[in-house]
Design a protein around this ligand. Structure first.
Ligand code: ARG
Ligand code: ZN
Length: 880
């Protein structure tokens, strides 16, 4: 069956207002009954009657009542996707009784069971799996929820808002009634029932009210929720101070669940989290997990204003809430990382966060822009909305917000936010509404100008390239900068006729250094709004060295062929902008690895070794910034930079570079290692985390050259570690570079030790998958602790094998691709949303040396899967 396409241009408001909803749940894991009573008002005058069309999916409708009178089945229409009541006028009450099956619901959308408890996930279109309803974000209503269930099995029964009734019923059952004080779209509805450990904290919000904060986790995990609670408190404080936004509820709950499709969900007052982004203690969580938890707790909390108080008119506007909220969580993390540090260190801490975010963007989003799923941050069409929770909507969306922040400045941006909330609080709006609020401020700041052209970032896909050409006149002491932007059509744009892509409004941040590496022009932001523009700089006394795109001020590619290798080296050693300095060495290293992958017999350039040496000898930066300076580009990060991807050649060139830097700078690595050995106590803070990262960086280069002392040290650190970061980093290094028998012994011991902790076990699965051959990966799938029903485990095994094990995945016979295909097919009938994510691994097939074989496996998946989710992905991949 061909999928049907939904278009943004077809948007029509709903014909009815749902004034109130009362949901009544009678919960049982096998079969849950839902009675949904809605007070409805037609928006049309009473003489024109309209049909009321409600969405349903995989639920059974038992009875329908109109104004308390049961309807005969011939008085309504029931199809697989809709319940339709013809001729509805004026005000009326509609009651729908239905049931669903949480235990067998493996899609993890709607109501489902996980570890004996019940959870919901409604965004984007899961509510229709719970009850018949207009399942669209622009229908806002007041919700009351009654839950009845077995008290022993479900001592906690939670929903959005405030608990207004809690009482015992006959037969060991009890009842809770929840009322949400805010109107909301149904995608923000949530229900949780189960037995949990609860961590509680009282918090006094800025205006004085005391609120209750709670973090729920599976029994036995109480100690692992302290970090989430602390992060939540930091997030609330941060939103109060930086955005002047307060918590609008009396009670805010966070619940961790093991089986979850994505990171977390911002349901009003009842956030539900993938346990991987909620649970941490030093013994089981790595530094990266601590940082992720802080970011995701922040993200979901910030949605309370950007997403919940002001929501989306339709799902094409998803970036309205996601791009903005990612921007907010990135700023939150950056502020948290730099808190309490001196000015210089704080700057480099912010740069490290920026470098990490930019690297995700360039690795994943630039790739998306080059592939069959390329779309603007506000797409024009989709087949399955679940497929559009993408790096483009999220991370590029955040860049588009960041550019507005750059153009307006912090004060101007906050002023724009104010206008946005004043105009749209408690409404469902569009991306244009957001830019219009910012534009009001921009027009004040720049009379005669506007953000109209800026809106092209919302409507056009692709990564623009800015071509740079310079002329320096040493007599007149002027520098002329010619800028030209290009962005050819990508994805569906290539199929549009009679359409010309428009230029973007690009804030281009830059500075100028002289040949001695001194800054002669501090950072300034050029506004590029035309296809071609020229800028002139006077009083440039000596030949200028340009430092372009400082702090990555726009999601673009700079093409500056005049820039010499020597200039890049100078910037890598002297640029005063921490991001740009990193960027110069990153570009040099990337070029170098790509060159080596094409000329495997050549040697690593002395320039690169020189830069690494000087960074190794320069202790003036903090540990994290040193870590990013001493890190090579990731292999996958290089994929978007080459015409044709040869993953094995890139892997070998990457390893060779690691070894060469190891050999040539051996004593420096040894010193670095000696200075960063594990300390007695573990703190998850940013600076300590940087020290651990440096330790493992030094070990990597030394172990890659088989330095016996380093190998011994790694084993020692692994066996004596008091924290998961040191334990896991060393295990990963031993798996890659250590002696076979040690590697096997330690991996087996790790599995034994952690087999009852699903989150730690995922790390094991992921590590083994990263180094598995074809036999081992099939064994892994048959491991008694592997299950396709847990998305984290699927990601750990399939995700790692297909994206971080180039040798086996891209093995010439195509067995790796067949493994991928078999997994996607198996997952398709279990969890289509996760299957579609995994299907996207092949998006870039056309760019690989083994394109033909990859195409065959895509065709195989196209023929053997049924979900609209996977079908959209593979059809697009094969048709573009
Ligand atoms: N709104 C959530 C977040 O970004 C993501 C939920 C997406 N869920 C899904 N099943 N597609 O915070
Ligand atoms: Zn979000």
């Amino acid at each position: 069956m061909a999928n049907s396409t939904i278009y943004r241009k077809d948007y029509l408001p709903f014909d009815f207002d749902i004034l109130r909803v009362h949901l009544c749940f009678d919960i049982h894991p096998e079969k849950t009954y839902v009675t949904n009573t809605m007070n409805i008002r037609s928006k049309h005058s009473s003489d024109t009657a309209h049909g009321l069309k409600l969405n349903i999916q995989d639920i059974t409708i038992d009875k329908v009542f109109l104004n308390q009178k049961e309807l005969h089945p011939h008085e309504y229409q029931l199809s697989e996707q809709f319940l339709e009541i013809p001729n509805c006028q004026g005000d009326f009450e509609l009651t729908v009784q239905s049931h669903c099956h949480p235990r067998t619901n493996s899609t993890l959308m709607g109501l489902y069971e996980s570890n004996q408890s019940l959870f919901t996930q409604c965004e984007a279109e899961g509510f229709r799996r719970i009850t018949a309803y207009p399942d669209r974000p622009d229908v806002l209503s007041s919700f009351t929820v009654t839950i009845r269930g077995d008290k022993q099995r479900y001592p906690y029964m939670l929903s959005n808002g405030n608990l207004i009734v809690s009482r015992d019923l006959a037969d060991g059952r009890h009842e809770c009634v929840w009322e949400d004080p805010f109107k909301k779209p149904c995608y923000l509805f949530a229900l949780v029932a189960g037995d949990f450990d609860v961590r509680e904290e009282k918090y006094r919000i800025k205006s004085g009210k005391e609120v209750l904060l709670q973090v729920y986790s599976d029994k036995g995990n109480y100690d692992k929720t302290a970090w989430a609670m602390q992060s939540l408190i930091h997030a609330i404080e941060w939103d109060e101070t930086r955005f002047n936004l307060e918590l609008d509820l009396d009670r805010f709950m966070v619940v961790a669940v093991n089986d979850f499709n994505m990171g977390a969900m911002e349901n009003k007052g009842l956030n539900i989290f993938n346990a991987a982004y909620a649970l941490a203690d030093p013994e089981t969580a790595t530094d990266a997990s601590y940082a992720d938890i802080e970011a995701v707790i922040g993200h979901e909390y910030f949605h309370n204003w950007t997403g919940n108080r002001v929501t989306c008119r339709d799902w094409f506007q998803l970036s309205l809430k996601e791009g903005l909220t990612v921007f907010r969580d990135q700023e939150f993390s950056a502020d948290m990382m730099s808190k309490g540090l001196d000015e210089e260190t704080a700057k480099s801490a912010r740069a490290v966060k920026r470098i990490d975010d930019v690297s995700v963007l360039r690795t994943a989003q630039f790739a998306e822009d080059k592939g069959p799923m390329a779309h603007p941050i506000r797409p024009d069409s989709y087949e399955e909305i679940g497929n559009f929770y993408t790096v483009t909507v999220y991370e590029k969306g955040a860049e588009i917000i960041r550019m507005q922040h750059t153009l307006l400045g912090e004060a101007g941006f906050q002023k724009g936010m104010n206008i946005y909330f004043q105009r749209h609080d408690e409404q469902a709006v569009t991306c244009d509404d957001f830019v219009d609020a910012m534009d009001t401020v921009y027009r004040e700041q720049h009379p005669g100008k506007s953000l109209e052209r800026f809106k092209n970032w919302y409507s056009q896909a692709g990564t623009p390239t800015v071509h740079v050409r310079t002329e320096y006149d040493d007599k007149a002491q002027t520098l002329t900068l010619h800028l030209k932007q290009t962005c050819p059509p990508v994805g569906l744009e290539t199929k549009r006729e009679n359409w010309v892509k428009q230029p973007f409004h690009i804030p281009l941040s830059m500075g100028i250094l002289n040949e001695q590496g001194q800054e002669i022009l501090p950072t300034q932001v050029l506004q590029l709004t035309e296809a071609e523009q020229t800028f002139t700089f006077d009083q440039i006394a000596s030949r200028p060295i340009l430092s372009l795109l400082r702090d990555f001020s726009a999601p673009i590619i700079i093409n500056y062929p005049q820039q010499t290798q020597a200039e890049k080296v100078l910037l890598a050693l002297h640029d005063t902008n921490a991001f740009a300095r990193y960027e110069a060495k990153h570009q040099l290293a990337a070029q170098e690895i790509i060159r080596l992958s094409q000329a495997p017999d050549s040697e690593v350039s002395p320039d690169l070794i020189h830069i690494w040496e000087s960074n190794l000898l320069n202790p003036s930066f903090d540990a994290n910034y040193r870590f990013v300076l001493l890190s090579l580009p990731s292999e996958t990060g290089l994929y978007t930079m080459v015409k044709q991807i040869d993953p094995i050649a890139i892997h070998q060139a990457h390893q060779k570079t690691i070894r060469t830097l190891g050999e040539r700078l051996k004593t420096h690595w040894q010193t670095l290692l000696a200075n960063h050995l594990p300390t007695a106590s573990y703190q998850p803070d940013f600076i300590s985390a940087g020290r651990r990262a440096l330790c493992s960086k030094a070990l990597q280069h030394l172990m890659a050259i088989k330095d016996p002392h380093a190998i011994e040290q790694a084993i020692y650190i692994h066996e004596h570690a008091n924290n998961m970061t040191d334990a896991f980093n060393t295990l990963a290094l031993i798996s890659e570079y250590g002696p076979q028998e040690v590697k096997e012994r330690l991996l087996a011991a790790f599995y034994q030790k952690w087999k009852d902790n699903p989150l730690v076990l995922n790390k094991w699965f992921s590590l083994v998958a990263r180094h598995a051959d074809q036999t081992r990966i099939r064994e892994l799938i048959n491991d008694p602790l592997f299950t396709m029903r847990n998305p984290n485990r699927v990601r750990a095994v399939m995700g790692s094998f297909c994206t971080a094990n180039p040798i086996a995945f891209h093995q010439s016979g195509g067995q790796g691709y067949q493994f991928w295909a078999d997994c996607v097919v198996a997952l398709d009938s279990i969890n289509p949303e996760v299957a579609a994510r995994m299907a996207r691994i092949m998006d870039q097939w056309k760019h690989y040396v083994q394109a033909d074989r990859m195409k065959q496996s895509l065709q195989y998946v196209q023929q053997h899967t049924h979900s609209s989710n996977v079908q959209e992905i593979v059809n697009k991949a094969l048709n573009i």
